[in-house]
Ligand binder design. Structure first.
Ligand code: SF4
Length: 301
């Protein structure tokens, strides 16, 4: 089964496996090569979740941007998103995880044109230095990555962009790590997921002997987190005073996937509500509820 549900959010697997073989990653060994779920099956699962009260769908895969290349006829993620967009009852659509190499300008434009697609792109960069990127077979340079970020900001100016960093790849020098810190500033990410590299037996990198020692890994993680937090706060502060739509679930989340705690009357689970942002930190914002979006729509109708 590829569909799961959590509250008013549904999660549907659209592709399993990965053909990329980044040298540190175990996924291709565990999940095998990419296999797309047939479009009609995805649509049926989304429709069933919508009929059951789900309002937000997240399409999942190790590399969702590769969706459909193995299907007959051949399809792409943009075509699938357009079909999901037409399913009645679904108000928000997200997808993850993207590979920067496969997040094409055409895909960015297609996503920008679909109103139900949430303004959030998660685009893992891993390291930020070209030599390390080459060593781990990521198939892009830091500049190429930043060009995609620019493309997203151009077509989706309201979008948040989040990323993953892995710290302490074998052989990463201090200078290469500094280069990565610069990329955090240049990418101006809304949030960074960070972790220290840990070897996986079957992978190529696990055989490298030039490991980064534990304390250096911890120091780098701390330095990167401090910058990421400062950059995230700088993005969020200008949102104070703006109105954002949140979907109330276990927590309230904006279309940009930021968490908002709401003061005042409790919100109904599954309700889209307009919120005025009153305070904003790096990860969580506070707000006061305005009229529920759903009620406003009913009044207008
Ligand atoms: Fe594939 Fe992502 Fe693993 Fe690279 S890191 S092999 S793209 S799943």
């Amino acid at each position: 089964p590829s569909a799961r549900r959590r509250g008013v959010k549904g999660f549907v697997n659209i592709i399993d496996g990965c053909n990329r073989f980044c040298t540190f990653c175990i996924v291709p060994f565990v999940h095998g090569r990419e296999r797309s779920v047939p479009t009609e099956q995805v649509i049926a699962e989304v429709a069933a979740l919508a009929a059951d009260g789900v309002r937000e769908i997240t399409l999942l895969g190790q590399n969702v941007d590769s969706y459909g290349h193995d299907l007959t006829p051949r399809l792409d993620l943009a075509a699938l998103l357009s079909r999901v967009h037409d399913v009645p009852g679904i108000d928000r659509i997200r997808f993850t995880t993207s590979h920067p190499r496969d997040m094409t300008p055409q895909l960015v434009r297609a996503v920008a044109a679909l109103p139900k697609l949430c303004d959030h792109i998660h685009l893992p960069v891993r390291p930020g230095n070209d030599e390390v990127l080459r060593r781990i077979h990521r198939a892009y340079t830091g500049d190429e990555y930043l060009r995609i970020v620019d493309e997203i900001r151009c077509w989706m100016p309201a979008a948040s962009i989040t990323t993953d960093f892995i710290i302490g790849f074998p052989g990463e020098t201090d200078a290469q790590f500094d280069n990565r810190l610069r990329l955090v500033e240049q990418g101006a990410f809304d949030a960074c997921n960070t972790a220290i590299y840990s070897p996986r037996d079957v992978t190529k990198v696990a055989a490298y002997v030039d490991v980064v020692d534990e304390q250096t890994g911890k120091d780098r993680l701390s330095a990167l987190n401090q910058i990421a937090e400062r950059v995230a706060a700088a993005w969020n502060r200008p949102l104070i005073g703006t109105t954002q739509e949140i979907l109330a679930d276990e927590v309230g989340r904006t279309r940009t996937n930021k968490v908002v705690t709401v003061e005042g009357a409790p919100l109904s689970i599954g309700q889209l509500t307009s919120v005025r942002i009153t305070d904003a930190g790096s990860w969580v914002m506070r707000g006061e509820a305005l009229v529920p979006v759903d009620d406003a729509a009913a009044l207008t109708a």
